[in-house]
Design a protein around this ligand. Structure first.
Ligand SMILES: [Zn+2]
Length: 134
């Protein structure tokens, strides 16, 4: 049950905290808003150096990769089919075009997807295997 006087509940409700999009694109801590979320391009820091939020306790797992595979894979496939039907280029044009674009698309969006998922897990208090009915 949310207690409006509890500062952690107020923070989860979005009062004074960055939005999931801000967390994702700017690498902000979802609780305090400091730019401490990432320790590398797409690697989380162990914890926020400002407020102490333990980022290691969140497990975003393969969720971002699955979303990216489906989303970017769909976009690349549609574009490849369109190019083939419109222009009919040699096969190596497809290789030179779509392989790098897929890799770049995944690398650029993986950081944002991981940040967004962690922000949503924190905001919704999502944890692995809770048997207490919450
Ligand atoms: Zn913080």
């Amino acid at each position: 049950m949310a207690d409006p006087t509890d500062p952690s509940d107020a923070a989860r409700a979005g009062v004074g905290t960055p939005t999931p999009a801000q967390v994702a694109f700017r690498g902000l801590c979802p609780r305090c808003g400091a730019p401490t979320l990432f320790d590398g391009w797409a690697r989380f820091a162990p914890a926020c150096s400002k407020c102490g939020l333990d980022f290691a306790s969140f497990n975003v797992g393969d969720g971002p990769a699955a979303f990216l595979t489906l989303g970017i894979g769909t976009i690349i496939t549609v574009l490849a089919i369109w190019l083939e039907l419109a222009v009919g280029p040699p096969w190596w044009v497809h290789v030179l075009l779509w392989l790098p674009l897929t890799a770049i698309g995944v690398l650029l969006s993986l950081r944002a997807a991981k940040g967004a998922l962690l922000a949503l897990e924190w905001r919704n208090e999502a944890r692995e295997h809770r048997s207490d009915g919450q």
